[in-house]
Design a protein around this ligand. Structure first.
Ligand SMILES: Cc1cc2nc3c(=O)[nH]c(=O)nc-3n(C[C@H](O)[C@H](O)[C@H](O)COP(=O)(O)OP(=O)(O)OC[C@H]3O[C@@H](n4cnc5c(N)ncnc54)[C@H](O)[C@@H]3O)c2cc1C
Length: 292
């Protein structure tokens, strides 16, 4: 019987999950499986694998999630985007996921080539919005579908209010859970939650955590995703020696996680960048499981 992330979240236990991306090289592939092996003992609720820009990782994302389903104890969530694909092609990927034993899908629109703020042009015969993809996946079989949520305004909408209306449309299309973009202050998450609940969004919203381990990298990621890297936090990192950035990043991410869990967040979703150490260190700080 297939495990549905939506059902796991309904049990009331906190959910801990890890996100990976499909590597491009053999060395990257080795690093991915080693990180997965090191994180498996933490018994995550699920692990997710991204779907690369322009649908370029289609085969690898399906293959990796399928292998996780077959060869590990972990529940895989396969990401899927609308970018560069017709409706028929999207339906085919959904069928491939089902055949590979992957029954949980994160349905996303994906970004135009210029990044999330760039002009979106739907593929001919394709879809425009993630909400349409949610329906397509639900129609494709017995899938549990998750979606993205945004604590800072999505660059193309520029508005908190529009973002929660879009989240509601994804819930109405059949989404059972959401994972948030990364953010750096717990109030960003709790404000999103309050806005969402006030207009009838009831699905669990799992906060996404990106620990700062490298200042240049986080600045680039924040610019690319539209997440706000607050000036006062950037200044705290700029004030320490480069060698101490990582330790400060783990400390601050652990503090953020503690505030989120204490405030009632349903769990935590770690953007691992295919490495296990930072996540294991945060787990140890939080007293959550096997130490780093
Ligand atoms: C947890 C998480 C995982 C991600 N994984 C991936 C991945 O694997 N691969 C990848 O390429 N990207 C990924 N992304 C990035 C994501 O694809 C981008 O942030 C993208 O810009 C928005 O995707 P969405 O699913 O929220 O789109 P949508 O919900 O479709 O929203 C996209 C834009 O359209 C607007 N919009 C939506 N519906 C309507 C409507 N009915 N009318 C008018 N405007 C509307 C929204 O306001 C928003 O500005 C991920 C993001 C998150 C938070």
């Amino acid at each position: 019987m297939s495990v549905r992330v939506g059902d796991l979240l309904k049990t009331g236990s906190q959910s801990f999950s890890f996100e990976f991306f499909p590597p491009k090289t053999d060395a990257g592939e080795e690093a991915l499986w080693s990180a997965l092996g090191e994180l498996e003992p933490l018994a995550p609720t699920f692990v997710s694998v991204t779907y690369g820009a322009g649908g370029t990782t289609r085969d690898r994302t399906v293959a990796i999630t399928g292998r996780i389903a077959r060869q590990t104890s972990m529940v895989p969530v396969g990401h899927l985007t609308c970018v560069g694909a017709t409706v028929d092609e999207l339906r085919a990927v959904v069928t491939e996921y089902g055949d590979a034993g992957v029954h949980n899908v994160l349905a996303l629109r994906g970004d135009p080539p210029g990044g999330p703020g760039g002009e979106w042009v739907a593929h001919e015969g394709g879809l425009n919005y993630a909400s349409e993809l949610v329906s397509l996946v639900r129609d494709g079989g017995d899938f549990c579908v998750g979606v993205a949520a945004f604590p800072d305004p999505h660059p193309a909408s520029g508005s908190h209010e529009v973002d929660v209306q879009v989240l509601k449309a994804k819930q109405e299309a059949g989404a059972e859970f959401a994972i948030s973009q990364f953010f750096f202050k717990s109030e960003s998450y709790f404000d999103l939650l309050a806005r969402a609940r006030s207009i009838g969004v009831e699905i669990p919203i799992i906060p996404g955590i990106m620990p700062v381990t490298n200042l240049a990298q986080i600045t680039r990621f924040a610019a690319l995703s539209g997440a706000d890297f607050p000036a006062e936090i950037a200044a705290e990192f700029a004030a320490v020696d480069e060698a101490d950035v990582r330790a400060l990043g783990i400390e601050k991410a652990s503090q953020l996680c503690r505030e989120l869990l204490d405030g009632g967040a349903p769990g935590l979703h770690f953007y691992t960048l295919n490495r296990s150490t930072a996540t294991r260190e945060i787990y140890a700080h939080l007293g959550l499981g096997a130490s780093a």
